[in-house]
Design a protein around this ligand. Structure first.
Ligand SMILES: [Zn+2]
Length: 371
């Protein structure tokens, strides 16, 4: 599929995959396999602005408007940086808010592919990406020119991208290429398959530390690289903690309504259901699936609700009979935050659990986070 976006002319490649769940069920769907950006986006942005604002193309007004849009993008990135700093502050420890739940769903298959190729666990690559780019595929280091999720050096990118089967130009902003090339470079620096990833031994492994020092641009200076290494290890350890099912004692079999269009049980109209419903008796404990900071509230539709925010998503828990967390509280996966109820628009006691991208209205299927 081809599409012109504000960033340029993009080519989206999809593939069919079938996933089988532990309970025997399976689902087949088209999955994003890669994005290639074919051109520099600025000329498409200016063409769009010329049309949208009715200004003559090539005028200084168009250039000015283009700069304003780009600056707004930078301000958005800055706001995100401040939010991540606030999360660190709330926990008192860098990256302690992270967990497997917060690995962005759109990158998961790329991480799994990189793990199969290199033997480096997906959760470790997640920690590396958190430190390198805060999960921003468009991140560019103004000083070094390093770019993308895994901060590839522009001097070495062409050769490494080609060696991995990518086109250095077209795949520069392709998140799959950035992840695979980064993982292949890291694994060229140490024996990942020989490392004991199961326990805690990897944290202090001198070969891994030496490899990270090189990856981080510190060369052979492992001592000088220590703050960098510590951050990658801390983030990796946090991402290693998997997402927790939100109602302990229940499972997929207790889902009474899935994510997607449905005939609404009380409103009697077809409507988007932006989460999943899990049936459970009133008073059953509800736990946080992720790490993050809590906000609580009430409205007539959601009833008593809790929102937990990490660096990637907002996790929303609705219809609670009681809220057992307070605004600003820092929680880890598995911490109790409320009790199942039927407050708000509900036909009976259940948890409505929703997941959306941080600070947006883009809801995703919560099962992508929970699997
Ligand atoms: Zn619901």
């Amino acid at each position: 599929m081809e599409a012109y976006t504000i960033r340029g002319h993009n080519l989206y490649r999809y593939r069919w995959v079938t996933k089988t769940y532990g309970d025997g069920g399976s689902v087949t769907y088209e999955e994003l396999a890669g994005i290639e950006t074919l051109d520099n986006g600025r000329k498409y942005l200016e063409a769009y602005l010329a049309k949208a604002l009715g200004l003559p193309s090539g005028s200084t007004d168009i250039e000015l408007a283009g700069d304003m849009v780009f600056n707004a993008g930078i301000a958005f990135t800055q706001a995100r940086k401040e939010w991540l700093a606030w999360l660190d502050h709330a926990f008192g420890v860098t990256y302690a808010w992270a967990s497997g739940a917060g690995i962005p769903a759109e990158f998961r298959t790329f991480l799994e592919e990189a793990e199969k190729l290199t033997g480096i666990p997906a959760w470790f690559l997640a920690g590396l990406i958190q430190k390198e780019s805060d999960w921003n595929p468009l991140a560019v280091n103004d000083r070094t020119g390093c770019f993308g999720l895994t901060q590839q050096h522009p001097d070495y990118w062409p050769e490494r991208a080609r060696a991995a089967g990518f086109d250095p130009e077209r795949d520069k902003w392709n998140p799959r290429a950035q992840i695979i090339v980064g993982a292949l470079y890291l694994v060229s620096l140490f024996d990942a398959r020989g490392l004991e990833w199961e326990g805690d031994g990897w944290k202090n492994d001198s070969d891994l530390h030496a490899a990270l020092a090189r990856y981080g641009g510190y060369g052979a200076d492992v001592v000088g690289a220590k703050p960098y290494i510590d951050k990658v290890v801390t983030a990796a350890q946090a991402y290693r903690t998997p997402a927790v099912w939100p109602v302990p004692g229940t499972g997929r079999g207790d889902i009474t309504s899935y994510f997607g269009m449905r005939y609404h049980p009380t409103l009697h109209i077809w409507r988007m259901h932006n989460g999943i419903d899990i049936a459970a008796p009133e008073g059953t404990p509800v736990v946080s699936v992720s790490g993050g900071v809590v906000t609580t509230g009430y409205d007539s539709e959601s009833g008593n609700f809790v929102v937990v925010r990490d660096g990637t998503y907002e996790y929303v828990y609705c219809h609670l009979s009681r809220i057992l967390a307070v605004d600003g509280q820092a929680v880890r996966p598995g911490d109790q935050i409320g009790l199942v109820g039927a407050t708000g628009e509900a036909t009976g006691p259940h948890l409505h659990f929703g997941v959306k991208k941080l600070n947006t209205n883009s809801w995703i299927d919560p099962l992508l986070v929970l699997s």
